[in-house]
Design a protein around this ligand. Sequence first.
Ligand SMILES: [Zn+2]
Length: 417
Amino acid sequence: MYSVNTYSVCERKSSTFIKIGKKRFDVCTKSAVGFAQKAAMYYFCALYENDFCTCMEQVKNAVRLPAFVDMHVHLREPGFSYKETIYSGTRAAKRAGYSDLFTMPNLNPVPDSLEHLQVQLDIIGRDAAVRVHPYASITVGQKGKGELVDFELLAPHVAGFSDDGRGVQDEGLMREAMVRCREAGSIIVAHCEVDSLLHGGYIHDGVYAHTHHHKGICSESEWREIERDIRLVEETGCRFHVCHISTRESVELVRQAKRKGLPVTCETAPHYLLLCDEDLREDGRWKMNPPLRSRQDKEALIEGVKDGTIDVIATDHAPHAEEEKNKGLEKSAFGIVGLETAFPLLYTYLVKKNVISLERLVELMALRPREIMRLGEPKDFIMVDLEARYTIDSLQFLSKGKATPFDGWEVYGVVES
Ligand SMILES: [Zn+2]
């Protein structure tokens, strides 16, 4: 329905035009913008607004795109408003071009009952600047074990179910969760992690951990649980989305699951595509879970993005207070902010470097999340100036969280307000 792959750019002596199906759109090439880029921009205009020539004249180098959808954010409210609030987080998102956010349930109270969920919905109704769709937890208290929530009761009121922050450890419990989730017609959005394989690690168990004497988190702690859960999807038929994959084994497992036609999708985040453990510094801003993996993992993730194994790029926006992030790699809290850097980073370091096309990035950040979360056709559009260049400065973020390893990076792409 949103397939964006059939257009051709034609150059003739006197004119340049783009053909989409049988329609022909003339292109005026006055601007200094590179031709390929310009073609892509016109293509989007033509797709989403017939009156594209007017729109191009008005905004010079800006392109009209469907607003972004983030399937994985932590807005921290209720319970942790010193880190972020619905108010601050959604304003950061809006400025960055997002129309819809899906929020993780590691809150207080945890949205594990209608009553607890209502606390969050009230704040959303009062303060949100974009649409916010909460996930309920899978287990009561989001403990990754114990008792399951009431899927049937909660499903009509939430976007799906997640215990993000921890994996559901027990196989029998996860099987039961999938059976009930499928019966309720919902989706499980899983943080996959085997606790018993962590051994107190806090960065990737690789070259940096070994040379700097840190405790490592092995890749197996992630892919083992993905492997188990894919097996359970095969048994139960539950719709299943894997959060923030970071290892090459995870990419391969999801690739195989898709080949089998299983209802499995997955996401990764910008930092796993642009950084690896060789980039680590003795600084909490480089600490998140899952951790930055090896260069080979990063390359496998990029392959997964290119071949469609990876459906979505989410941010895993996880703000913390400054004093929680300035304690170095070992002692800082896990998590970095991502809403206000995702598009410019990915546009600059993947699209402009010809790793993926702009249309593929739009699929990953706007179209595919809408399909997976059944939001229907794009309703909101943004104008992005692709020529505007700036330096990332976390002090300018609207998010209360400032911890990002991308501070000081040069990027292109400003969402016009
Ligand atoms: Zn997670």
